[in-house]
Design a protein around this ligand. Structure first.
Ligand code: ATP
Length: 319
């Protein structure tokens, strides 16, 4: 393989730049040219492709977002759009493609693989919801951003003796809520994977208040309910006034943590190694500290399971 492409797609995640850097530099180290496809799969359709040199990826390892930009591209979900993308790759003489993104992006990579074009999926999303890896690039940074906010909100919650409802990202995956809730000592954590019991939540708050607790923090993943809707229901049940904080897009940005930079560098480098070995159609990931790869076409047959032990622990510690 002499020429490979790289694109970032779907929601941006801190550490994507570190992955791009690793892909470009690992390739150049091994005498392979790298082409950046800008704005996700739409760049494949419009031909927004530029050659990347060593210096093109300088000074980005510490930056959030993605230098290649990202986009949602509905056209690429159609056979016609995928065919156009394939033609574009062939026209540029690109022989393999690394796709960094979440589950939707993996489906795009899967579609190209099914058309016979070698693609490698690199898990880049703050949601930590991709099968085939324990951690996705961006999750650790987002988690620390949320934790920082939880700690700050706790200060004001304690000072004013208030209950706060904090809404965090996670439509189908509760990992951000669960990990931030455990690390931040939240009283209740609501995640899409587990049903919640309003009576239990209300009882916890009330018994906390009785024993002189000065604040309560409830973390709600957006897939369960909006913070405002949940606060309203809680008020109906307990009469308790709460303050709601929606963390929103700050969770996506910021300087990637050391963990995310190292993970991105390792996974990006493995993606290039796989293409060098003519092993297209793989998804890279990390399991028990080892870089692993699985079949991209089968990766969604596995389910990404939430960590039940962590959830149980959070329940036991938040009495
Ligand atoms: P995140 O989880 O952070 O939102 P994502 O990769 O899941 O990231 P999506 O918007 O779902 O984000 O997908 C990104 C892009 O991948 C889409 O805009 C589209 O171009 C492409 N894509 C999604 N699903 C498919 C599909 N079934 N076939 C081909 N391409 C797809």
């Amino acid at each position: 393989m002499r020429k490979i492409g790289v694109l970032t797609s779907g929601g941006d995640a801190p550490g994507m730049n570190a992955a791009i850097r690793a892909i470009v530099r690992k390739s150049i180290y091994h005498g392979i040219e790298t082409y950046g496809v800008y704005q996700g799969f739409s760049g494949l359709i419009t031909g927004n492709i530029k050659k990347l040199e060593i210096g093109s990826v300088g000074d980005i390892i510490h930056r959030g977002g993605t230098m290649l930009q990202s986009a949602r591209c509905e056209e690429f979900k159609t056979k016609d759009g995928q065919k156009q993308g394939l033609d574009c790759l062939n026209k540029h003489g690109i022989e393999g493609l690394v796709v960094i993104g979440g589950d939707g992006s993996y489906h795009g990579a899967k579609a190209l693989t099914e058309l016979g074009f070698p693609c490698i999926g690199v898990p880049g999303t703050i949601d930590n919801d991709i099968p085939g890896t324990q951690y996705t690039i961006g999750f650790d940074t987002a988690l620390n951003t949320v934790l920082d906010a939880v700690d700050k909100i706790r200060d004001t919650a304690t000072s004013h003796e208030r209950t706060f409802v904090i809404e965090v990202m996670g439509r189908d995956s509760g990992d951000i809520a669960l990990w931030a809730g455990l690390a931040g000592g939240a009283e209740s954590i609501l995640i899409p994977e587990e049903p919640h019991d309003m009576e239990d939540i209300a009882d916890r708050i009330e018994s906390g208040l009785k024993r002189g607790k000065k604040h309560s923090i409830i973390i709600v993943a957006e897939g369960v309910a909006s913070g405002a809707a949940f606060a309203e229901k809680l008020k109906e049940r307990t009469g308790l006034e709460t303050r709601v904080s929606v963390l929103g897009h700050i969770q996506r940005g910021g300087t990637p943590t050391a963990f995310d930079r190292v993970l991105a560098s390792r996974l990006g480098a493995r993606a290039v190694e796989l293409l060098m070995d003519e092993k297209g159609g793989r998804a890279v990931g990390i399991k028990n500290e080892e870089v692993v790869d699985t079949d991209l076409l089968e990766v969604f047959e596995q389910q990404k399971h939430m960590n039940d032990d962590l959830y149980q622990l959070s329940q036991e510690l938040s009495i």
